[in-house]
Design a protein. Structure first.
Length: 197
């Protein structure tokens, strides 16, 4: 939802999604493709690169052995990504500024690598970038209701037609929540990890 509400992604634009095989990354990829965007993802292994491509990513970059800034520029003929979805933060923030297109929008939805220690804001100014952040937890009931209404109107029809299928990696009974968290922390999953009641 943040890709569209905060990032204002439009058909024909390019989105760079960090953590392309995470639960958020897989959903963002599927939605961006469903709404006719060009999708670039970052992933941490060849297996995850193949999984991301199979989900519909046009380009999947293994950040362990490829520079995502360089590869994003290459995939966009030097333009950069119109929208970047980042749940990593840390040193990725400065790199996102480099990978972004002129007038690009960066949506910060997490800080997995912690805070930014040092940041040159000049690229933000020169490229007229918008860097916005969002988390669902802190939102009001009214905001959450608006998000739910948008999902019902725009995404549910895709689910009903079978054009969009959530990527569920593994389900655990609630009693095994600790094991589910361990799997999530290992980053070995591709897609969502679910708890059942």
């Amino acid at each position: 939802v943040n890709v569209f509400q905060r990032g204002h992604l439009k058909a024909g634009e390019t989105v760079l999604i960090h953590g392309g095989t995470s639960g958020i990354g897989t959903v963002a990829t599927l939605l961006a493709k469903a709404f006719c965007a060009h999708v670039i993802t970052t992933v941490g292994s060849e297996e995850k690169r193949q999984a991301s491509l199979a989900l519909g990513a046009d380009v999947a970059i293994n950040y362990r052995n490829e520079d995502f800034v360089e590869q994003t520029k290459r995939a966009t003929n030097g333009k950069g990504a119109d929208v970047i979805v980042d749940l990593i933060a840390g040193d990725y923030v400065a790199k996102n500024y480099q990978a972004a297109a002129m007038d690009g929008r960066i949506v910060q939805i997490g800080t997995q690598n912690g805070v930014v220690k040092e940041l040159n804001l000049m690229p933000l100014l020169l490229k007229r970038l918008t860097h916005t952040g969002s988390t669902l937890r802190a939102r009001s009931v009214e905001d959450k209701a608006k998000i739910a209404a948008d999902l019902q109107q725009k995404v549910w029809p895709l689910l009903e037609r079978g054009a969009l299928k959530p990527q569920i990696f593994k389900t655990f009974p609630l009693e095994q929540a600790a094991e589910a968290h361990a799997l999530m922390e290992s980053s070995m999953h591709i897609g969502k990890i679910m708890l059942t009641l």
